[in-house]
Design a protein around this ligand. Sequence first.
Ligand SMILES: Nc1ncnc2c1ncn2[C@@H]1O[C@H](COP(=O)(O)OP(=O)(O)OP(=O)(O)O)[C@@H](O)[C@H]1O
Length: 274
Amino acid sequence: MHLLEVQHLHVTDRHTGSVLLRDSSFHVKQGSCLAIVGESGSGKSVTCKSIMRLHKAWIRQTGEIWFKGEELSALPERQMRKKRGKQLAMILQHGMRAFDPTCVIGVQIGETLKEHYGWSRAEIEANMSLAMMSVRLNNPVELMNKYPHQLSGGMLQRVMIALAFVLEPDLIIADEPTTALDTIAQFEVVEQLIALRERMNGAMILVSHDLGIVRRLADDIIVMKDGEIVERGSANVIFSAAQHAYTQRLVEANRALNGHFERLKGGGLGLVEH
Ligand SMILES: Nc1ncnc2c1ncn2[C@@H]1O[C@H](COP(=O)(O)OP(=O)(O)OP(=O)(O)O)[C@@H](O)[C@H]1O
């Protein structure tokens, strides 16, 4: 039995009748990382939201989502809420949107940890401080007293990763966790995601446009186009011998982009200084 088994997931917009996801089936093995790649609008985020059951009221999803032997679609919302955070955690593209702007970080984290562990304030502070230090957020107590807008995007991502360290979910869904960050922050967040996986031995679904990051983290890959999975396989096979023309183009475009950056770094493009 796999940790997560998605069967015939089909998602439609009730307002327009349009199909956002067409008969999607895939699984995530215990302890592994599945990357979902594909062009903008191909259905990657819709897939993640379906697993978390976080769609807006007008979005309809059908199919089965088995998680640790339990069918999530059949669970009452109250039980599903208990699973979010503790067993299924999401790290979003924009850290800012994950936090309530009117509330300091520490209070929000405290509420989550209290709900799942029933910890006292001192226990929350001690555990969270350790986790924040391990993702190189120094002065954790000071940071927990700040509002989300007082931290950078990279710092907020690392707060979410630190929270995942503490909650130790069985599955982390990281939806474009580095897209909104500058290069240095991207590098740091990827390093911390790798550390998180090693430490918790849990599984991860990674959505990313950046095939460099996918190559570093993923064991398996699914490739999406227009709401459908068009290719799937181990990361090694996808990167070395993609079958679908779309995947070949994606890998090739990424290779070309990397080559371009390498030449820029080496001055090979003959940039002229003025
Ligand atoms: N709440 C919603 N209501 C209606 N349509 C939606 C909603 N969310 C997403 N869609 C549509 O579903 C399709 C898939 O969107 P999705 O956000 O999953 O794409 P994506 O692959 O994650 O793209 P990106 O890489 O740009 O994040 C798009 O056509 C999008 O417009």
